[in-house]
Design a protein around this ligand. Structure first.
Ligand SMILES: [Zn+2]
Length: 520
């Protein structure tokens, strides 16, 4: 593009029109590449097939195409474009969004990230809380006006500096040491993870942090514990490539004696069918069914706990087989689901519904929210305590019988954590979470941190792959991978307490982390 190719002069003399064409093509080509570089996608190879891209990468790739399209008067709707982005990448994203806006387009963005919200020209805040306690427009107007909206939870994070990070790092019990880690862009890497504390592994997108934690660390620990890690079909890399890469490996050289259990808490659904729900997943439903079976009426009819399961023939509605709805097939149109005409969507047969516990039948109990149920079962400590844990993670608005398929990734993750918190804690469990704050409002992030801290206080180890600076600042230890993405990454730039990280000059995380400290 700079016109320095050696054959150019010769061609310019003989065929000036060819030079013009070549320059046009090159300019356009470089322009397209530049947008992708701006969006922090420089580490992707050109032949990378689109199904293997993460949703965030795909969204940014689509954006890149739009920026070059020179369209105007278009309304773009973006759902959490900053999800999974390092703040350095988020800044690049904002520059691209600004370009789209400057060309005469409108952007509607659903967003949790405070930096993106601050960048907006207009804010619509929906709430005040989740589920039944939400659904109202609290504010719609210029950013400054949100300051006066008392009910807004978002306001607190934008305008009040009450959200302070007070770093008081815990002291590690011991270290889990990895050596010779070679995978993707990691080459012979040595890493040490502190045990009995909370560690955040940071770095820009494509730096290799997920490879180190979610792939290598998980597989090596699982191998040592004699577990098999199912290779997920949704892994980032091409499956064929992965088989080759896997053989390179690495090994754990110290620290395994402190780890008895490995739990990977991800945002995958807690069940793939409407038959699994919050109550069945957490084990709550077993208690509830026993309570129903222990009533006088149930005993008189010899109904056992199985009678109150919608998965067992004797108690459920025979027409929908406990699904609660039936599929209606339409000619030439997609099939639709409607409530079952026999049981009215209750999932049970009339005989089962005749049995009540404190004047409620089993279907009515499944229709209660977690908060309502916690009150209802207050005489039964086992049930109410389990419900309180779910409520504490901010999910009090979910219904007990809400199908697993209706839950968001963030909700599924918090249910998994709540279930872990309920377990008898013996410590010595290693919890691994890959970007747990993705899609969470800052107030939900605080709740998540509370839970994670409780796990650490119970003697466990928590390792996060994280972009959220407040989470990183509140961690006991930080390992920053990079400095850049792809070939420019894959090294440990700096490891230490958050206060030590911010002094580093090379780390791309340090300047953003420093701001969090300054604000505090
Ligand atoms: Zn039915």
């Amino acid at each position: 593009a700079t016109g320095e190719a050696p054959a150019l002069k010769k061609m310019a003399a003989g065929h000036p029109e060819k030079v013009v064409v070549a320059q046009r093509i090159a300019e356009d080509f470089l322009g397209r590449l530049q947008v992708m570089l701006d969006l922090g996608l420089g580490y992707l190879t050109l032949e990378r097939s689109t199904p293997t891209l993460s949703p965030g990468e795909l969204q940014r790739l689509r954006l890149a195409t739009q920026v070059r399209s020179n369209l105007f008067g278009v309304v773009y709707v973006l759902d959490e474009p900053s999800a999974g982005l390092h703040p350095a990448d988020t800044e690049a994203l904002l520059r691209v969004l600004d370009k789209l806006k400057a060309s005469g387009n409108s952007l509607f963005v659903v967003e949790h990230e405070i930096d993106v919200i601050r960048h907006a020209d207009w804010i619509v805040d929906v709430g005040p809380a989740a589920g039944e306690k939400g659904g109202h427009i609290l504010y719609s107007g210029l950013p400054a006006g949100l300051k006066n909206v008392k009910d807004s939870v978002t306001r607190r994070y934008i305008y009040e500096d009450s959200v302070k990070v007070v770093p008081t790092p815990r002291t590690p019990k011991d270290w889990l040491k990895l050596e010779g880690v070679t995978r993707n862009n990691l080459a012979g890497l040595s890493a040490a993870f502190p045990l009995g504390v909370m560690t955040s592994v940071t770095g820009v997108s494509g730096s290799g942090k997920s490879t180190l934690v979610s792939q290598v660390l998980v597989e090596l620990v699982a191998e040592q514990l004699g577990l098999k890690v199912a290779t997920s079909a949704e892994t980032e890399a091409d499956p064929l490539e992965q088989v080759e890469v896997l053989t390179l490996g690495g090994q754990i050289t110290a620290g395994m004696k402190h780890i008895k259990r490995l739990v990977v808490v991800d945002q995958k659904p807690i069940g793939r069918t409407p038959r699994s729900n919050l109550a069945t997943y957490t084990g709550l439903f077993d208690h509830v069914r026993k309570l129903f079976a222990s009533t006088k009426a149930a005993k008189a009819k010899k109904y056992d706990a199985g009678r109150f399961s919608f998965n067992v023939a004797k108690g459920r509605c025979p027409h929908c087989e406990g699904e609660g709805f039936v599929m209606v097939e339409l000619l030439f149109l997609p099939s639709v689901y409607t409530p079952c005409p026999t049981c009215g969507g209750t999932r049970y047969n009339t005989k089962t519904l005749e049995i009540t516990y404190k004047d409620k039948n089993i279907a009515e109990v499944l229709g209660m929210t977690v908060d309502e149920a916690a009150n209802f079962f207050d005489e039964d400590p086992a049930v109410s305590r389990a419900l309180e844990v779910v409520s504490e993670v901010g999910l009090g608005y979910l219904r007990l019988g809400q199908p697993a398929t209706e839950l968001s990734g963030g909700e599924a993750q918090r249910i998994k954590l709540a279930t872990e918190l309920q377990r008898a804690q013996h410590g010595q469990t290693l919890y691994i979470l890959d970007e747990p704050t993705t899609g969470l409002h800052p107030s939900d992030v605080e709740r998540l941190m509370l839970q994670l801290n409780r796990l650490v206080d119970a003697g466990n180890t928590v390792i996060l792959v994280e972009h959220d600076m407040r989470v990183i600042a509140a961690s006991d230890w930080v390992i920053d991978i990079g400095p850049g993405a792809g070939e420019d990454g894959g090294k440990i730039v700096v490891a230490g307490t958050p206060a030590e990280i911010i002094k580093n000059k090379v780390s791309r995380t340090a300047p953003y982390l420093k701001q969090t400290f300054v604000n505090a």
